[in-house]
Design a protein around this ligand. Structure first.
Ligand SMILES: CC(C)(COP(=O)(O)OP(=O)(O)OC[C@H]1O[C@@H](n2cnc3c(N)ncnc32)[C@H](O)[C@@H]1OP(=O)(O)O)[C@@H](O)C(=O)NCCC(=O)NCCS
Length: 169
């Protein structure tokens, strides 16, 4: 729990423009423990799933599955620790989660959504070969967002993760 707290604290100014949950930070230790318990309960219940991404004992980012994109579909989210940007971690998290999603019974489609202003995030689905599905007006959810949701998707029968470049050594 401490290493997650420290990673979020170090990255707070980098995450605030884009991530709505950052407005609740800093959480107390008790609240963070409760949050982690809720993540575990959600996973057990087949709902949302939240993962930490680690290099050794360092948290380099986080990612997870949302269930809000409709039946047979999982939506992927990700963030990277400010000290570990542009090393391929977000691409690798999204690649691994896409492969993992298609091992879940009934999941036929994976989506990635980002605000149009968040071009760094949009580079990830594009690099992985996701299809651009279009843009829609939404309520801005974080300070730098402009309220244009950009949607990308990957179909199970089109996903060939083995042909993609592995994370560099
Ligand atoms: C969006 C975000 C997750 C992108 O993180 P990132 O660290 O830049 O992601 P990646 O490193 O995977 O991005 C690809 C870059 O890594 C490089 N890369 C990709 N695979 C690589 C590999 N195997 N080895 C080394 N570098 C690699 C790419 O060439 C690209 O480099 P470039 O920035 O020079 O174009 C990050 O900016 C972030 O946390 N933002 C705040 C939270 C957020 O916006 N989350 C998404 C909300 S929708």
């Amino acid at each position: 729990m401490e290493i997650l707290r420290d990673a979020i604290q170090a990255s707070i100014d980098h995450l605030r423009p884009w991530m709505s949950w950052i407005e609740f930070e800093p959480l107390s230790d008790d609240d963070r423990k409760a949050l982690i318990r809720r993540w575990e309960d959600d996973w057990e219940a087949g709902q949302e799933v939240v993962f930490g991404a680690y290099e050794g004992d360092q948290v380099v980012g986080g990612c997870g599955f949302h269930r809000r994109a409709g039946p047979k579909t999982l939506e992927i989210g990700y963030w990277v620790h400010v000290d570990h940007l542009r090393q391929g971690y977000a691409t690798e998290m999204a690649r691994i989660l896409t492969s993992a999603a298609f091992t879940v019974p009934d999941i036929e489609r994976v989506e990635i959504h980002h605000d149009k202003a968040n071009t760094r995030s949009g580079a990830i689905p594009e690099a992985l070969g996701y299809h651009f599905d279009g843009e829609s007006r939404v309520k801005p959810h974080a300070p730098a967002t402009i309220g244009i949701d950009v949607a990308w998707s990957m179909a199970k029968n089109e996903w060939h993760s083995s042909s993609l470049r592995p994370l560099a050594e």
